[in-house]
Design a binder for this molecule. Structure first.
Ligand SMILES: [Zn+2]
Length: 322
């Protein structure tokens, strides 16, 4: 066998091993951005359903309301499962139902795993960029699949209910990316306060092409209630936008990109009498650090330097707020 032929055979062997390793791959967590969005949607499904139940604009029927409420009742036992979500790739026959290829499937029993078709979680957009399934879409699919656990069998009716919940969720998410050259950097700000006096933490989730980070508890840690003996019961973030970033060399000679994310912040303190006091008039700035690739600002990714959160009292520092 001559050298070139041997080389070709070796390459062919390596390629086929690679394909086999991917084919039929199964995992129940981690993964890329879509898998992380699905896991987040599953862990917080009760609140997402509540956004629909409490909203006039969700426009669900009495029967649909019953389905959502029975999903809510079973959620605790669904979430207790060791493998509630299973991600499978390269197995299209598994996901074919009545001739149609589906993004997810499950059995008609509470506690059955929901199988996700990884090959359909990422879509190539017109500009060639890969778009991962977002949180609102993941909520809709989970509603459809978990309704099957409640004995519902009509796929198209469940698609309709899923679309209504998805729309209600979407209305409460502020979404931004970092412009056309950094569109893989994305932020989702989820406001699930259903009544004005209820105090919950606004969720702030940021992703690069591979990883998702929930910054909500980091933000909570930086807020301190100014009244003696009071405790923080929640915060509300809105009007999130990017400020001008800057590039600087880090200690290991690699360049970092510091990107400030700015927003308005109100927070709620429970005082000793049991009342909740709203503290308004703050800005919040989160500095996020990205590694800068060699081709300058293309393809930023999270650096190992952790994000930093600063709460700015605008009454005390009017020059820093606008
Ligand atoms: Zn179905």
């Amino acid at each position: 066998m001559n050298f070139i032929l041997r080389f070709v055979l070796t390459v062919a062997f390596v390629l086929s091993v690679g394909v086999q390793a991917k084919a039929g791959g199964v995992s129940d967590g981690g993964g890329g951005r879509a898998e992380q969005n699905i896991s987040f949607a599953f862990m917080h499904l009760n609140r997402f359903i509540e956004l629909c139940l409490q909203s006039e604009t969700c426009k669900i029927t009495a029967a649909e309301k019953n389905i959502l409420q029975s999903i809510q009742k079973s959620l605790a036992s669904e979430q207790k499962n060791t493998h509630p979500l299973v991600f499978k790739s390269g197995d299209s026959s598994f996901f074919r139902i009545d001739g149609d290829l589906k993004v997810a499937k499950t059995d008609f029993k509470i506690g059955s795993p929901v199988y996700f078709n990884v090959d359909m979680l990422y879509i190539k957009a017109a500009d060639g960029k890969i778009v991962a399934m977002d949180i609102a879409e993941a909520v809709g699919i989970l509603i459809h699949e978990l309704a099957h656990h409640q004995g519902e069998r009509d796929h198209s009716q469940l698609d309709l209910l899923a679309a209504k919940v998805r729309q209600a969720v979407q209305a409460r998410i502020q979404h931004l990316d970092m412009g056309k050259y950094q569109s893989s950097i994305q932020v989702d700000v989820i406001d699930w306060n259903v009544s004005n006096e209820a105090a919950t933490d606004t969720q702030l989730i940021i992703s690069d092409a591979l990883k998702t980070q929930n910054l909500s508890s980091l933000i909570r840690d930086q807020i301190s209630c100014p009244f003696k003996g009071s405790t923080l019961s929640g915060y509300w973030l809105w009007n999130i936008h990017w400020n001008l970033g800057e590039s600087f060399p880090s200690f290991d000679q690699q360049r970092l990109w510091k990107q400030p994310l700015r927003g308005r912040l109100n927070y709620y303190c429970k005082i000793s009498s049991g009342e909740t006091v709203e503290v308004a008039g703050n800005d919040m700035e989160i500095s996020i650090y990205f590694s800068e690739a060699k081709d300058d600002l293309k393809n930023l990714e999270f650096s190992s330097k952790a994000p930093e959160v600063e709460v700015i009292d605008c009454l005390q520092n009017p020059g820093r707020c606008h």
